[in-house]
Write a protein that binds this ligand. Structure first.
Ligand SMILES: [Zn+2]
Ligand SMILES: [Zn+2]
Length: 62
């Protein structure tokens, strides 16, 4: 079981489930590159919300 309090998902890496492990990794990467956002990074320097926004834009332009 994931070692995060209140999380009962199966472990993925280092005692954390997949989403908690990603979150911990994101916090180490620092905040989102979008000015005034400040959320932890999820992927490619962006938080989850901004990453999804960029991803949707990329898909729409193809
Ligand atoms: Zn978890
Ligand atoms: Zn952001």
């Amino acid at each position: 079981m994931c070692r995060t309090d209140g999380c009962s998902a199966p472990p993925y890496a280092r005692g954390l489930c997949r989403s908690c492990y990603r979150r911990e990794r994101g916090e180490r990467l620092g905040p989102c590159l979008v000015a005034s956002c400040g959320k932890p990074q999820h992927s490619r320097g962006l938080c989850l919300a901004h990453y999804f926004r960029m991803w949707r834009r990329e898909r729409a332009s193809q």
